[in-house]
Design a protein. Sequence first.
Length: 201
Amino acid sequence: MKDPKTNRSIVLLGLKAQRRLCLTGTPLQNSLGDLHNLIRFLRIEPWTNNSIWKQCVEVPVQRCDPRGILTLQTIMKGISMRRLKTTVLDLPEKVESVINLELKAPWDQLYKKNHEQFSIQFGKNRATGNGWNSAEFFGDLVDLRQLCNHPALVMDDPGTKYSWTESSKIVNLVQDLKVFLRSGINGRAVIFSEFKRFLEM
């Protein structure tokens, strides 16, 4: 239902029902338009109206106006339920350890360059009050995160072969796994990542 102009969206938006429910992931990370289409399907008034949505939510949020962000948060609080890991998994208490790693050359310089461009672009837009595209913002942010994981995740050169040793994260992870396996602890090591390609390495 991302694009309201598709046949699927048109059919779904025209359904007659007494009760409506949406199961979704993180539409806010894609665009406010995706979220608006879901709200139109749920028929949450007056937010189904395009003019009201743009004036009170979309434009203010793009301009980083706190009033628009507060309005959006209020809407979502009233219509959404979040499923947490604690409701579906019996996990022990989480213990977090922060490990600071240096990117390997030459990727450290590429990261600094991309990070500076990111900061200048979106920092300037926020300071001047100009709106910025949330999809572009999160897309560039994800690129920075992926570069920290492994350069192959962001480099557009399919003919080039990369080694897992070019990633400081993977090198440190392998070392930690070796220590864990040699410790004799009767347990399992589970590795999570948001990026499937990173796990495939």
